[in-house]
Write a protein that binds this ligand. Structure first.
Ligand code: PMP
Length: 390
């Protein structure tokens, strides 16, 4: 079969194969990015789905492609509380933030256009963008997020930059958060270079420490930010629901692309989510999740501090699900996982190389702390530390 040119860029990664071994229950895996399923509100959702399916069959009917009006209004209310002054009309319900990445790329990228990203960046975004055949322009990223001085340099050198992708809050994979001065500067530069900014915020509500920072969307006077959010980490990822907020023509075109892609998100899941938001206090549920994940983060960081060599650095995330390790430059985390961590320590993580859009750095690892029990977090770090060179 002759495939389209764009499919050249659709390929499984070697690291995915390596991570398959992490599914063995004997192996303690820090590799996932999953929320803790023990925290899914099962009883509440069981009741809601039963009731919906005993009632009006409209919940199994097609519905408007932009999403159920009630849910759009509920999302808009939550956004207003977060400083994004919008109404239901500004909200497009999508199948998770992941769909927003696909739609935004489809909206602005021609083959050879450049996507500007944090370095490293979310692998799922690269996978979503790749079929549109972009080149990548990675920007230096540190404890305060994307470095806007480096962004300025990159933009001056990248005439075909069209889309800027960022995860400002508790980034995947590094866990870092973009500072307020950098948020403001990013918006200025995006205006100057006429970029579409994709602000991806699936972890935003999972803050454990520190001050709440404004979204890029709330700073976006020029209407060039597509703000993506998700119910995956605050309710349940299997329901596949998220939202996109954008302005004018950008929102209109995104809605048409959504219609073309999948007609609409699941009516039943939208109705269930809307009903959940109506009846239950999702902020109390989020607070419960935050307490659990904060404890796990603290345990992971404390155990790393107590057992790992001092030459290994790690980020201290104020929220989200990940910390990012940096080993000495000569240490290759992919080879170590294959040769030592999996067969001997029986521990998995995600080798960092996979998150770099252009030039991989081999001495990093992403560790997830939400999907493991506290006992396995401690055991996993201790086991791994025993095999590290000193
Ligand atoms: N963006 C980031 C940064 C993510 O980490 C994820 C999932 N882990 C997504 C988007 C996609 O999430 P979903 O489609 O489930 O909302």
């Amino acid at each position: 079969m002759k495939f389209a040119e764009r499919v050249r860029r659709v390929a499984p990664s070697a690291i995915r194969d390596l991570l398959r071994h992490g599914a063995d229950p004997e192996i303690i895996s820090f590799g996932g990015g999953y929320p803790d399923p023990a925290l899914f509100p099962m009883a509440e959702l069981r009741g809601i789905y039963a009731e919906l399916l005993a009632g009006d069959p409209v919940v199994l009917q097609y519905c408007p492609s932009d999403g159920l009006p009630a849910l759009r209004a509920q999302v808009a209310t939550r956004l207003r509380r977060d400083g994004i002054d919008r109404t239901a009309d500004d909200v497009l319900i999508i199948q998770g933030a992941q769909q927003g990445l696909d739609l935004a790329a489809k909206l602005v990228l021609d083959p050879g256009d450049a996507v500007v990203t944090e370095n490293p960046t979310f692998l799922g975004a690269l996978i979503a963008f790749n079929p549109f055949e972009p080149v990548y322009a990675p920007v230096r990223t540190d404890a305060d997020g994307m470095d806007t001085d480096d962004l300025e340099r990159v933009l001056a050198a990248t005439p075909r930059a069209r889309l800027l992708y960022t995860v400002p809050d508790f980034q995947n994979p590094t866990g870092v958060t973009m500072s307020l001065p950098r948020r403001r500067r990013l918006i200025e530069l995006a205006d100057e270079y006429d970029l579409l900014v994709v602000e991806d915020t699936p972890y935003r509500a999972l803050r454990y420490d520190g001050a709440h920072l404004p979204t890029l969307k709330s700073l976006d006077a020029g209407g060039r930010v597509v703000h993506l959010g998700s119910f995956s980490k605050i309710l349940a990822p299997g329901m596949r629901l998220g939202w996109a907020v954008a302005d004018g023509e950008v929102l209109e075109k995104l809605a048409l692309l959504k219609l073309a892609a999948d007609t609409q998100s699941s009516t039943l899941n939208m109705a269930a989510t809307s009903s959940y938001l109506d009846r239950y206090d999702i902020d109390a549920h989020i607070a419960t999740m935050c307490r659990s994940y904060r404890d796990k983060r603290d345990l992971l960081l404390t155990t790393l501090r107590e057992t790992f060599p001092e030459t290994v650095e790690y980020t201290t995330p104020d929220g989200g699900l990940f910390t990012w390790l940096t080993f000495p430059a000569s240490f290759d985390t992919t080879a170590f996982m294959r040769d030592v961590a999996l067969p001997d320590a029986r521990v998995a993580y995600v080798p960092g190389a996979t998150f770099f859009p252009t030039t991989p750095e081999h001495n990093h690892a992403r560790l997830n702390f939400s999907g493991l029990t506290e006992e396995r977090i401690t055991q996993g770090v201790i086991r791994l530390s025993k095999y590290l060179p000193r």
